[in-house]
Each structure stands twice: as structure tokens, then as C-alpha cells.
Design a protein around this ligand. Structure first.
Ligand code: ACM
Ligand code: ZN
Length: 766
């Protein structure tokens, strides 16, 4: 051997020795464990590896064997006999079969893997961690994990009323939760559009309340109510036997099911079956789609209503052993109560000063009943209105305010604010996503959720038990679609509730998720790929009056190819490397590739370079709380708003007119002024009645140079952007815009009388 070669070998050997053991980042467990030390070497799984379990963990051993069978097709031997000579085994060890601890230890050594915990539950969580490690390969990095969750309540919700989901899927959903060490399934079993739980004493609840006419050919908000003579055919329900089976299935996976029986509102399916418990007596039909505002409520003045509900709750409690029973309580419209003699009589008798206090009376009465049966009431944050029931736990969904108020008053709280926890919201660019209820909640935003509000002291913060992702199903007609909305956001939520705040790191999470998708693929989960889609944004240089184009994806390491001429990018199109200056107006198209294949859908954005780019905007009327977008320059940055009012490009004003003055910095020849307006009928966003443009040379004296009327009917329900323009041909430095809001929604609108939004983006000056 030549001396050179010898040296090279020595050098390589030294390099190998000095390189750190496998970096923690390549261990791709979700949720991230709270303590982990990487060891030396690997455990190598093979068909002779044994699973040894301590007494009482036979089911745990079965789970692990099944996971390994799925990942590697090994049929491992299971035994409860440990011998000193054993090597090549996975040992499941529990100290106390009655313990409820959630902590576990996972110790991976070259010769064995040990999962140990105080409790069977802890061992189950250790198995979930190991399962993810094993799925990445047979060679498993030696390490030691000591892990326990940050929050005691780690939940996911599923609405099976708006669209019925078969029991097989409910079990699959429970498996999803288990994979991420979640411990609570909030089952939204009843609502206006369907009653899904068999109640023996009131069979019509499911004979009638579980069925509605099939309007599956229309989207939720377009569906007409049942017509006379039509037969309801869409729906389904769970028999009590099925529920027992599901509850057991969940318990085997250390998941508690909290059933939700909605009251006093969101109960039209129940009232269709038993109209005698309404204020008016009915008759009603089960709505096949939107029912807004949800007017009908249980009559709070009728004692028989309470008997009915207590009977239902009694059967519910027989099926569900959970400490908590969720009674809904959200969005009760009090119109019926205001008009009902019985409800008004109740208010007088109980000395209740308004209908909010009547609602509070209702909830307190139900709480008393639940408490007498040894249970605890949980309800949406509206139950705070009119006074909170003494022992109630609050689920804070309208932001965190309700949760803060409840925690300060010493009540327990589950955080589910819409802005971070509503998985029925869009998770990507609206134009690329299947129709959803609205909103915008991308994966990375879920990850950034902090369940403990800053407003709380350490002592008050103890009342925040945890958080939950909510899956409302108005726009989720199928189980595969439910998977799409849930994944991968559930993974982010799992880490929010499990992993300590100081260990959370978005980039690290995205990097682990990139590997974790292999498991999702192998499990054939229809997870959303929105994280791969390209977001096209702009950076405005207000000095040079230039627009830079920036492209990004939520997923790490994209290979973005783009075009500026409106054609579809291919792998051969220019690769996006860094923000670039746009020299002329463009229809930008971008796709993220992986090897030769498209990894994303095609994103498009139009940027119009015009004379007003980066001008100073003054004297503007817009809503500073909601659609502030990126500040005032947003309407003169060249980037057109999309069809999504929440895309960060739109600004809006509610109820009032829009006006603004643009200072071009110098006198310019102006040919035309156009403004884009959005119409989204269902979100109360309407085009203006008219647009007026005024010009000035000095910013003091303005003259009107054009006025146009909107000619599109106010009740046009399609979502669209419309440019209103004025031809001008004038010299001006200052341009003033006035657009008149229609003011309030028209009488035919579900939210009639509500102050309408006027949404505007890009004032294009040519
Ligand atoms: C809710 O989203 N209405 C609780
Ligand atoms: Zn009434």
C-alpha cells in the first residue's frame, strides 16, 4: 500500500470517528419528544426480533407487532417470557397497570429496545414513537427518549352531522389521533343538519332527524330546503351498539370520546323529529345545507324540554364514560325565545333580565343534572353570556377572549380559536383548493399556535387544559376529503399540544414532516399537498418604485420553476433562486418540482406595473383591524388580490364608503384610473354602488374627472373581481378615489341588515 493511500484511509477513519452521531434532526418523530439523547450505533430490526411484554400489556404487544408487520412485513414473535440471554428484543415494561401517567421512556440500544412507563398509557405512547422510527427503516438509531406531554387535553373534533361519516372512518380517525398521542376525540354528533346518535327512548331522533333530502349536486350554501312531497334519503346514524364498539376502540388507544349534544340551539334535526320541544311547535324539515341564521332553539320555558334533554343525556352518559359531556351552547339566536310566551314567562318567574340570562339558566340547569350524575359540563364560549355555570369548562372558539375570561374566573378552558384551530378553513391559496367554508389556516400557522394567552398569570394559565383542532363538515362531504382537511395540520396541532414551547421550531418541524409523509403515503392517507404550492408575493421598493417578486413554499427546499408570460412552467423553465425585480407587467406562473415531476399545483399571480406604484396613500378609509393586508402600500404595490379576501392583498371597509388620495410625487399624464373590487356574496362583500375619481395638481383643490356606476346585480353569488375604471386624460399629481358602499346587506341575504364589506385592491394608474 502506498503511503498516500494509507494516509487517506486514516483520514477517512478519523473523520468518521469525529463526525457526530446521527444528528437529532434526522430523527423525525412527530410530535417532537421533550427529551432526547442520541446514542451510538443502531438497533437492527429483523424477522427474529422478539416483542417481550410485561404483564397486562398483551394488547400493546399486538399493536406494535401490527405496526411492524405493516412497515416491514415481519411477523414478530410476542412473548411475556424474558430470559437473561435474550438479545434482539423490544421490551414493553409497565410499573402500575392502574396508573394514568402519560410519561414514557424509550431506550434504544444495539441489542434491545426498552419502552417503559408507570402506566400502560405511557407504554402506548412509547410504542407510537417507536412506530414512527421503525417506519423510517430497519436500522434504528440508538437513542434515549424521556417524554411527556405539555398539555393534559390534546384533542381533535369531528362534525358528523353536516355530513355523516361511517363508523369505519370514525375508527380510522381515532387511529390518526392515536398516532400523534392525542387523547381526546370530541364527537360532534348532532346539529341542525342531522342527528346521528340512536336514543332508544326517542326513536324518531334517528328515524326522522338523521335524514335529509339529498342536495349533493350543489354546494352547501346553494342547497334549497326540502320541498313538500320530497323524501329525505341522505344521512345515517350510529346505533348504540356501534357507539359502544367505537368507545371501546378509542379506549384501547387511550382516547376519551367527548360526545356533543347541542343545545339550546343548533337543534333543528331534533326539533324536526320532536317539534313539541320548540317554541313554535313546528313543523320543520332537516335542512340539507346552510341554515343561517340558525333560528330554532329548544323552548326554554317548557319543563318537558328539560325532561327530553335529560333523558337523551342519560342514554348518552350510559354510552360514553367520559368525565366531560359537551352541550354545545354556541350561536343561539334568541328570536324564538323573545317571541315565546313560555320562555318569557320563565324569564319573569326566574327573574332573568334578558334572553342571555335565559340561556345561562338553561345551561346551569343542564349542568346541575350532569353534575348530579358525576359528570362535568363543557360548552362553547357563548355559555359565558348571561353568566357561566358554576363548574363549566369553556371551549374558546371565537378567539381566545372567552377562554381568558373563563380562566381568570377560575374555570378550565380548552383553546380552539378559529384563527389557529379550524381545520375547515382553507389551508392554501383559495384558487388551488377544493371549496371550503372560508378563512385561511395554513399548516405553518397551526404550528405557531400558542394555547396559553399572554394575558394570563401562571396561576390562571393552569386552567388552560389544552387545545383542539376542529373539523366542521359543511364543506367536507366525504371521508377522503376529511383526511385532506385534517392532514397534515393535525401533525402541527399534535406538536402544539405535546411539545414544550421552547422546543418548538417550525423549520425543524417541516423537515421532520418531509420524512413523515412517507408514513402518511404508506397508510394511504389523503393528506393535503398545499404546503408544496408556491406562494407568490411581492416586495415593494418605495424609493426606487420597483416591485420585486418573491416565491416560497411552506415545505422546505422547493424547486420552483416559473414563467412571466402566462404559460405553464416546466422543469426547463427558469428556476427561482431569490427575489427579482420585475421589469414589466406579468402574469406569473410557478410550479414546485420534485425530480422531474410536479410537486405542486400551478400558482398564478398578476402584477401590473403602473404609474401609481409605491405612491403615498393618504386620507384613506379602511378597516384597521381586519383586512389591513401589508399596510397602505398594499393597494399600490402592483399585486392583484385573488378571489380570497384573506389572501393578504385586499383591504376593506365595513358599512362605510371607501376613499383615498394617492400622491404620485410629481405631476404626470394620467389616461385612466381603475380599481379592483371583490364580490363574495356569502361573506357580505359587495361591489360599490359607484366610483368617482378626482384629480388635483396641488392636493388642495380637486376636480371630479369621472364617475362610473356598478351595473352588476347585487345578488350575484359567484365570487369574482371586477375592475371599475374611469378614462381621464389629464395632468395630475394627486388622485382621489371615492367608492360608495352599499351600506347593509340586501333583504334577501341570510345576514340581512349586516353592515356590508367593500373590498378593494390595486388602484391602477395608467
Ligand atoms: C362553532 O364553531 N360554532 C363552535
Ligand atoms: Zn319557548
Amino acid at each position: 500500500m502506498k503511503i498516500n493511500n494509507f494516509l487517506t484511509i486514516i483520514l477517512i477513519f478519523l473523520f468518521y470517528l469525529s463526525s457526530p452521531a446521527k444528528d437529532a434532526n434526522t430523527i423525525t418523530i412527530i410530535p417532537k419528544p421533550n427529551e432526547m439523547k442520541i446514542g451510538k450505533g443502531n438497533f437492527v430490526l429483523n424477522p427474529s426480533t422478539k416483542i417481550i411484554y410485561s404483564q397486562g400489556l398483551d394488547k400493546h404487544a399486538d399493536f406494535l407487532r401490527d405496526y411492524i408487520k405493516f412497515s416491514h412485513n415481519f411477523n414478530l414473535l410476542i412473548t411475556d417470557k424474558i430470559t437473561e440471554t435474550n438479545k434482539n428484543f423490544i421490551y414493553l415494561n409497565v410499573k402500575d397497570l392502574n396508573s394514568d401517567s402519560e410519561e414514557y421512556e424509550l431506550d434504544i440500544q444495539p441489542s434491545k429496545i426498552m419502552i417503559s412507563s408507570e402506566s400502560p398509557k405511557g407504554v402506548f405512547y412509547g410504542i407510537q414513537t417507536l412506530r414512527q422510527l421503525i417506519h423510517s427503516g430497519k436500522k434504528i438509531q440508538c437513542l434515549k427518549i424521556v417524554d411527556k406531554p405539555r398539555f393534559v387535553y390534546r384533542g381533535m373534533h369531528l362534525d358528523v352531522s353536516r355530513h355523516f361519516m361511517p363508523k369505519e372512518f370514525v375508527k380510522k380517525y381515532i387511529d390518526f389521533l392515536a398516532m400523534y398521542k392525542m387523547n381526546t376525540f370530541h364527537w360532534h354528533l348532532v346539529d341542525d343538519q342531522g342527528w346521528r346518535l340512536e336514543i332508544k327512548k326517542y326513536p324518531k331522533l334517528t328515524e326522522v332527524g338523521a335524514w335529509r333530502v339529498d342536495r349533493g349536486d350543489k354546494t352547501w350554501r346553494e342547497r334549497e330546503p326540502q320541498k313538500p312531497g320530497e323524501v329525505p334519503t341522505y344521512g345515517g346514524f350510529y346505533t348504540q351498539e356501534e357507539v359502544k364498539d367505537i368507545v371501546k376502540y378509542a379506549a384501547d388507544r387511550y382516547i376519551t370520546i367527548i360526545p356533543e349534544i347541542e343545545m339550546p340551539g343548533h337543534c333543528l334535526a331534533a326539533l324536526t323529529a320532536y317539534p313539541e320541544y320548540s317554541c313554535t311547535g313546528g313543523p320543520f324539515t332537516v335542512p340539507p345545507g346552510t341554515y343561517w341564521p340558525p333560528l330554532e332553539a329548544f323552548c326554554a320555558g317548557n319543563d318537558k324540554t328539560f325532561e327530553f334533554l335529560e333523558d337523551i343525556l342519560t342514554e348518552t352518559m350510559e354510552l360514553f364514560p367520559s368525565k366531560y359531556i359537551h352541550i354545545g351552547g354556541d350561536e343561539v339566536v334568541k328570536t324564538r325565545w323573545k317571541e315565546c310566551p313560555k320562555c318569557q314567562e320563565r324569564m319573569k318567574k326566574e327573574n332573568l333580565k334578558d334572553e342571555n340570562e335565559l340561556q345561562s339558566y338553561f345551561v346551569k340547569r343542564i349542568e346541575k343534572f350532569l353534575v348530579s350524575k358525576g359528570r362535568k359540563l363543557i360548552g362553547w364560549d357563548e355559555i359565558l353570556e348571561g353568566g357561566l355555570a358554576p363548574e363549566a369548562t369553556v371551549m374558546s372558539w371565537r378567539g381566545t377572549i372567552g377562554g381568558i375570561e373563563a380562566a381568570k374566573a377560575g374555570h378550565d378552558v380548552i383553546m380552539t380559536p378559529t384563527s389557529y384551530c379550524y381545520f375547515d378553513y382553507y389551508q392554501g391559496n383559495l384558487e388551488l383548493e377544493p371549496i371550503a367554508i372560508g378563512g385561511y389556516l395554513p399548516l405553518t400557522k397551526v404550528y405557531q399556535f400558542e394555547p396559553i394567552p399572554e394575558e394570563l398569570s401562571n396561576e390562571e394559565a393552569k386552567h388552560i387544559l389544552g387545545a383542539q383542532g376542529n373539523v366542521w363538515a359543511e364543506f367536507i362531504p366525504t371521508t377522503t376529503h376529511a383526511e385532506y382537511m385534517v392532514f397534515p395540520r393535525i401533525a402541527a396541532m399534535a406538536e402544539v399540544v405535546w411539545t414544550n414551547k421552547n422546543l418548538k421550531d417550525l423549520k425543524d418541524f417541516m423537515s421532520r414532516l418531509a420524512h413523515h409523509t412517507k408514513l402518511l403515503d404508506d397508510l394511504k392517507i389523503n393528506y393535503a399537498k398545499s404546503m408544496y404550492d408556491v406562494k407568490i408575493t411581492s416586495i415593494l421598493d418605495t424609493i426606487k418604485k420597483q416591485v420585486k417578486v418573491e416565491m416560497s413554499t411552506e415545505a422546505l427546499n422547493p424547486d420552483i420553476r416559473y414563467t412571466l408570460d402566462g404559460t405553464e412552467p416546466t422543469k426547463k423553465s427558469p428556476k427561482y433562486k431569490e427575489p427579482f425585480i420585475l421589469k414589466k407587467s406579468a402574469k406569473i406562473h410557478a410550479i414546485n418540482f420534485y425530480d422531474k415531476n410536479k410537486k405542486s399545483k400551478e400558482s398564478t399571480t398578476e402584477i401590473v406595473l403602473h404609474k401609481g406604484i409605491a405612491s403615498i396613500v393618504t386620507n384613506i378609509n379602511y378597516d384597521k383591524k381586519r383586512y389591513i393586508a401589508k399596510g397602505l402600500y398594499n393597494i399600490v404595490d402592483g399585486v392583484r388580490g385573488s378571489l380570497n379576501q384573506n389572501d393578504g392583498k385586499w383591504q376593506g371597509v365595513q358599512g362605510n364608503d371607501f376613499f383615498a388620495t394617492i400622491d404620485l410625487g410629481e405631476v404626470k399624464n394620467i389616461k385612466k384610473v381603475s380599481i379592483g373590487f371583490l364580490q363574495n356574496y356569502h361573506f357580505s362583500i359587495f361591489l360599490p354602488r359607484d366610483l368617482e375619481v378626482l384629480t388635483s395638481l396641488d392636493g388642495k383643490e380637486f376636480k371630479s374627472v369621472g364617475k362610473v356606476q356598478n351595473t352588476i346585480p347585487i345578488d350575484e353569488k359567484k365570487i369574482f373581481v371586477k375592475d371599475l375604471s374611469c378614462d381621464i386624460n389629464d395632468k395630475a399629481r394627486f388622485i382621489q378615489i371615492k367608492a360608495s358602499n352599499i351600506g347593509v346587506n340586501p333583504d334577501t341575504h341570510p345576514d340581512k341588515g349586516f353592515k356590508s364589506w367593500l373590498m378593494f385592491d390595486e388602484i391602477i394608474i395608467e
